[in-house]
Design a binder for this molecule. Structure first.
Ligand SMILES: Cc1cc2nc3c(=O)[nH]c(=O)nc-3n(C[C@H](O)[C@H](O)[C@H](O)COP(=O)(O)OP(=O)(O)OC[C@H]3O[C@@H](n4cnc5c(N)ncnc54)[C@H](O)[C@@H]3O)c2cc1C
Ligand code: FES
Length: 329
């Protein structure tokens, strides 16, 4: 058994068979993460002292990052005592992940390749989550990640937006076979994409592409519950798609300084709105990024590009949160 020490002095034990992220969770400490599958980089951390080995081969860290001691905590197992340059998320009220049954309540096509799905949970279920988190939906032996698109509701129903992937196993199920009352299983809640209150922030910026709007919608619904807290802040939403049909609903929230900008990346003569990529359109606004926070969700390319661009434009690295919708298998 080895000792893992965080930047804030907290220590937990981890054996050489367990990855750092899993061991931290077992010890009741939550570290930043998302996909749990060595693909999204959310759990990237620098090892200051000690040594680790990778559980599976990983392809997302650059040679320079590896040389500088960075690892993915969801994939790295210690082989000595280690010190990490990261703090845990403190006393955020995370709910323990469980597996529970769920039935399809609504399934409807809302675009050529997008489904809106509502699942209902057993009346006795105590499933709780933070707006912005995701779950794994399990059908037989297929398990895929999907973000919850609503805040917790009294009727316990949860909503998803699901994109079709060609030759995708879960896509094939949802788009060709699924029907009302089908029984599925859910594993969750998972991930650390949730809104962190910060009084000094003046601009709260959401960047979403495609179904990446799902967790953003959940967080905006959360804002709707306490709009006064946000009165002195600007809330920006840039939602990108290729074509007009990819902006599959009109985000309307009862928030004072809410500015929604849809952005299309493919030529479309009828489109009078913004064209290009969400991160580029964001940079054209007069925003002081030093006092801003960014929540980016959806395409991994958008997230990687936005992070680099925005940090160059004075955004603090710690004020960029992301949930990359990477392939789950
Ligand atoms: C934290 C998290 C939250 C997510 N939330 C959502 C969500 O709310 N809505 C949603 O639609 N998706 C979401 N995703 C993405 C979704 O889990 C994957 O796209 C999933 O693999 C699709 O399953 P499938 O069985 O249809 O396709 P698969 O059988 O997994 O894959 C079929 C083919 O498509 C490719 N592929 C699959 N997914 C992607 C992708 N995302 N990007 C590029 N290529 C891909 C695969 O590489 C493969 O070639 C999320 C992913 C993560 C990690
Ligand atoms: S790479 Fe570790 S959580 Fe995604």
């Amino acid at each position: 058994m080895f000792e893992v020490q965080l930047k804030n002095g907290k220590v937990f034990s981890c054996d050489s068979e367990t990855n750092i992220l899993a061991a931290s969770e077992q010890a009741g400490l939550i570290l930043e993460h998302s996909c749990l599958n060595a693909r999204c980089r959310s759990c990237k951390v620098k090892v200051l002292e000690g040594e680790v080995v990778n559980e599976q081969e990983e392809f997302v860290l650059s040679k320079d990052e590896i040389k500088d001691g960075f690892v993915l905590s969801c994939n790295a197992k210690p082989i000595s005592n280690i010190k990490l340059d990261i703090e845990d998320l403190g006393d955020v009220n995370f709910h323990k992940s469980t597996v529970l049954p769920a039935k399809i309540d609504v399934i409807e096509t809302i675009g050529a390749d997008i489904l809106r799905l509502i699942l209902r949970l057993p009346p006795s279920s105590k499933f709780k989550f933070l707006p912005g988190q995701y779950v794994n939906i399990i059908k037989g032996d297929i398990k895929r990640s999907y973000s919850i698109a609503n805040i917790p509701r009294k009727d316990k129903k949860i909503e998803f937006y699901i994109r079709k992937h060609n030759r995708g196993l879960m896509s094939d199920y949802f788009f060709s076979k699924a029907k009302i009352n089908d029984l599925l299983r859910l594993e969750g809640p998972l991930g650390t994409f949730f809104y962190r209150k910060n009084d000094s922030i003046k601009d709260i910026i959401f960047l979403a592409t495609g179904t990446g709007i799902a967790p953003v919608k959940a967080i905006l619904e959360e804002f709707n519950e306490d709009p006064e807290y946000l009165n002195d802040k600007n809330i920006w939403l840039f939602w990108g798609g290729r074509y007009q049909k990819d902006i599959f609903f009109n985000p309307e929230f009862n928030l004072k300084n809410f500015i929604f900008t849809p952005v299309l990346s493919r030529e479309n003569e009828d489109w009078q709105g913004e064209k290009g990529y969400v991160q580029d359109i964001l940079l054209r606004q007069e925003i002081d990024f030093e006092n801003a926070v960014v929540y980016a969700c959806g395409s991994n390319n958008m997230i990687l590009s936005a992070k680099i661009l925005l940090i160059k434009n004075n955004l603090k690295e710690n004020n960029f949160y992301s949930d990359a919708f990477v392939s789950s298998n």
